[in-house]
Design a protein around this ligand. Structure first.
Ligand SMILES: Nc1ncnc2c1ncn2[C@@H]1O[C@H](COP(=O)(O)OP(=O)(O)OP(=O)(O)O)[C@@H](O)[C@H]1O
Ligand SMILES: [Mg+2]
Length: 354
């Protein structure tokens, strides 16, 4: 209803009337004065009030429009330049601050959504690519058999075994993916208990004995670590971690080499490390090996049956134990993966195994 024109008219009328009233009381009012003073006061007041209002209100509103225009054109960097300290403590500052908060929030949401979108696209591409290989392989063997190769007993058995191997690998990968998803969405809760990490590692050594023998790799504990040591964690999940790390050490380690597991104990924690004497991992790959499906040498690790999910699972499990996976590697010398677990404290505050 009100705009600068109406407000200026009202104010200038009031001022002009006030001036006339004052002049009347002072006895200065006459017809000449009335004709000159009233319109002059009216005009001057109108112009002053009108310009002030236009300047104050509309320049401020225009500034807000500039802000909104920038938001519309997605120039979100704008809020970083915003310095509210120079603004008067009035509604204008509040409006700016609200826009600022709103933009910052929306910017964070958009960045997050973009990241999720990129991740989703990459993940779909990766998973299709990974599934394509075993499906095509199994499909190829089965079609060759159907096209007549099944009449030859030797070929039949060989191709069926190969098709089964491809499908087994696929099933393993799907299972790993399910585990990873469950870990990520927090569906797989850790059941923390006390267990002997030395005994658990021995179980894993036994599990992987055949694989180690094939490459004549010796799996052993470091000198000071060959004794029982109680820690806190989810025994089943930590076994998966050790299995993944030791299996990697065997898969990528050199023949006739060694895989050494050691436990370094400090006041409250134990650092568990798995060291191999393999070719090592180049620095540019080191921070990527924990990504899903990431393999340093795609074709070589695929030959070794890897789908690139092992370390992603290891990282999720270790993080669920409030720890981090540390990795250090020297090309040509070997790689060490390590993580920490809490030590078990007995009732009498003695630490078991130390
Ligand atoms: N000890 C190691 N020495 C050298 N390279 C390694 C070692 N551990 C892992 N890598 C590299 O990191 C990659 C990722 O390892 P990760 O365990 O995640 O996957 P994978 O072994 O290929 O497959 P999966 O474990 O799912 O069967 C491997 O493909 C390999 O290139
Ligand atoms: Mg692996």
């Amino acid at each position: 209803m009100f705009n600068s024109g109406i407000i200026s008219t009202i104010i200038s009328l009031i001022v002009a009337i006030c001036v006339l009233v004052i002049q009347h009381f002072l006895g200065l009012l006459n017809t000449d004065m009335l004709i000159i003073i009233f319109p002059s006061v009216l005009f001057v007041t109108y112009v002053c009030v009108y310009l002030s209002l236009e300047y104050l209100i509309f320049t401020e509103i225009n500034k807000i429009y500039v802000v909104l225009d920038k938001i519309k054109s997605k120039d979100f960097i704008l809020h970083e330049d915003l310095d509210t300290s120079e603004m008067p403590t009035d509604k204008r500052k509040k409006i700016y601050e609200e826009i600022h908060t709103y933009v910052t929030k929306k910017q964070a949401e958009i960045t997050e959504l973009k990241k999720v979108e990129v991740f989703r696209r990459e993940f779909l591409a990766d998973i299709s690519h990974e599934l394509k290989t075993p499906i095509f392989a199994a499909q190829g063997f089965i079609h060759t058999l159907l096209d007549g190769a099944m009449n030859d007993k030797d070929v039949r058995e060989k191709f069926l075994k190969k098709a089964a191997k491809s499908l087994d690998g696929m099933q393993e990968m799907v299972e790993e993916l399910l585990t990873l998803t469950k870990l990520e969405i927090g569906e797989l809760q850790m059941e923390i208990d006390d267990f002997d990490i030395h005994l658990l590692t021995k179980d894993v050594f036994e599990m992987l004995e055949k694989k180690a023998e094939k490459k004549r790799i010796l799996m052993k504990f470091s000198e000071i670590s060959n004794q029982p040591l109680w820690v806190q964690g989810d025994c089943y999940q930590i076994k998966q971690v050790l299995k993944n790390l030791i299996e990697n050490a065997l898969n990528y380690g050199n023949e006739n080499g060694k895989v050494i597991v050691s436990f370094d104990i400090d006041k409250v924690k134990v650092l568990i490390s798995v060291r191999d004497e393999g070719p090592g991992i180049a620095p540019e790959h080191l921070n990527r090996i924990f990504e899903r499906f990431y393999r340093v040498e795609k074709s070589r690790s695929k030959d070794k049956g890897g789908s690139g999910l092992g370390l992603a699972i290891v990282q999720e499990i270790v993080e669920a134990h409030n720890s981090k996976v540390l990795v250090s590697s020297i090309l040509g010398k070997g790689t060490t993966f390590a993580f920490k677990l809490k030590k078990t404290i007995t009732n009498s505050n003695n630490i078991i195994g130390s």
